[in-house]
Design a protein around this ligand. Structure first.
Ligand code: HEC
Ligand code: HEC
Length: 375
């Protein structure tokens, strides 16, 4: 019997070539990520956003805005003013006997939709030196586009990647929509802590009481989940030889979408051999870009500006509807319900690209969209 869903329409699944031991660790991580449901007995909350990773990252794909969350309280690069009132994440659920958090008056906020978690091992293994080489903080080449890495303080527990570069005791962080997280260990530990209310050796403080509540998730589990995230395959392309798709790909480059959504990157050294020195096609540069007033929610993290967002990878874009209930919810908060809407909302450094899009013929626009759907 033919499979009901084609392999290239599925996000879940490891990169090819894992050893048996690695496959076992992948499956353990998969189980924790996709099947582990937290209950009060297992340490859930007392305040939280959801009861498992999969609640928000269904099928490893993008989430519906309904299962995202709100962050609040940091209006500039000087830090969060609302830490004493529950900042920076709004845990909007609570176990019986506790009150969910409410947005404090006067706090600026942003809503975030869960991104797909595929191919992250490749993004993780790009060297800092490559990101610096891609950046152009003062727009020296005068093309109006000036991406920069996010230089930020990092927790002591992260494992520095090989040849990590530091500047004034800050490091280049790259995960999350504001690129405020250093690596997948930090991202996973924070997700357990902030999203589910689960403490670990890495993030031991309960978000409600601020007290150390022991290890509600084991260090081994966290490492298994990190391994799973690192070895989830990158989304596979569909219809890539279609003539419209090919034409759309050329238009994507002509109107300069590629300055930020970089088609090809390469990894540096990775302790996971299969991720070492590999070319891959994420359509991101992992840098922060000023996207103008329309996408500026007045909330930020670390040293990013409120108008700055990390270029999201576009791989898997055409599959995002599958995990978002049949419609697109694009951009950081899901406000764009079509690919065209997402392009038209590009401002700031990307304004010229959006304008060039508007000047395309109807046929060219459709070719570009078909190309984006094939990613
Ligand atoms: C309540 C919904 C929710 C839950 C539960 C949740 N996430 Fe997320 N996840 C998000 C959102 C929203 C973001 C974007 C956050 C940001 O940009 O800082 C995100 C971001 C991520 C990223 C960063 C991806 C990237 O491209 O930078 C990873 C990895 C991740 N989550 C893993 C996990 C893991 C592992 C768990 C379970 C321990 C988990 N998440 C639980 C909503 C959720
Ligand atoms: C200056 C850098 C830059 C340029 C140029 C640029 N983008 Fe983007 N793009 C971004 C950033 C940053 C975001 C995320 C903004 C947000 O989340 O609010 C984004 C988001 C998107 C999204 C939504 C992705 C998602 O997962 O939600 C699509 C689709 C997209 N861009 C397509 C394009 C196309 C097509 C072009 C060329 C017409 C283009 N972009 C040009 C930086 C850029």
């Amino acid at each position: 019997m033919p499979p009901l869903i084609e392999e290239n329409e599925l996000l879940d699944g490891p990169i090819e070539g894992l050893s048996i031991e690695e496959q076992i660790q992948f499956l353990k991580g998969d189980e924790f990520f996709n099947d582990d449901i937290f209950t009060i007995e297992k340490g859930l909350g007392p305040i939280f956003n959801a009861i498992s990773c999969v609640s928000c990252h269904a099928g490893d794909g993008k989430g519906h805005p309904f299962v995202g969350f709100t962050r609040f309280g940091q209006p500039d690069t000087l830090g969060n003013r609302f830490l004493h009132l529950g900042g920076h994440q709004l845990q909007n659920k609570a176990i019986p006997g506790f009150q969910p958090e409410q947005l404090p008056p006067g706090a600026t906020f942003t809503n975030l939709v869960a991104p797909a978690v595929t191919g992250l091992g490749f993004l993780d293994a790009v060297s800092d030196a490559d990101l610096i080489a891609l950046s152009d903080p003062n727009d020296a080449d005068g093309d109006g586009i000036s991406g920069r890495p996010h230089w930020k303080n990092i927790p002591a527990y992260v494992q520095l990647r090989p040849n990590s570069i530091t500047l004034n005791e800050r490091y280049i962080t790259r995960f999350g929509k504001k690129a405020a997280v250093y690596d997948l260990l930090e991202q996973t530990s924070l997700a357990y802590n902030q999203d589910i209310g689960i403490t670990s050796v890495f993030e031991p403080l309960d978000p409600y009481s601020g007290l150390s509540t022991g290890r509600e998730v084991s260090t081994k589990t966290i490492h298994d989940v990190v391994f799973y995230l690192k070895t989830l395959k990158a989304p596979l392309r569909r219809n890539e030889d279609d003539l419209d798709v090919l034409a759309g790909g050329r238009i994507f480059a002509q109107i300069n979408c590629t300055s930020c959504h970089l088609p090809t990157m390469k990894t540096g050294y990775s302790p996971i051999e299969l991720l070492s020195n590999k070319e891959f096609h994420p359509y991101t540069d992992l840098l922060l870009h000023d996207m103008g007033p329309e996408l500026d929610d007045g909330y930020t993290e670390g040293k990013a500006l409120t108008s700055e967002w990390r270029t999201p990878p576009l791989w898997g874009l055409g599959l995002s509807k599958d995990s978002q209930g049949g419609s697109y919810f694009l951009l950081h908060d899901g406000r764009a319900t079509s690919i065209e809407d997402a392009i038209l909302l590009h401002g700031g450094e990307a304004r010229q690209s959006a304008t060039s899009y508007q000047q395309l013929s109807e046929t060219e626009k459709q070719q570009l969209i078909k190309f984006l759907e094939s990613l």
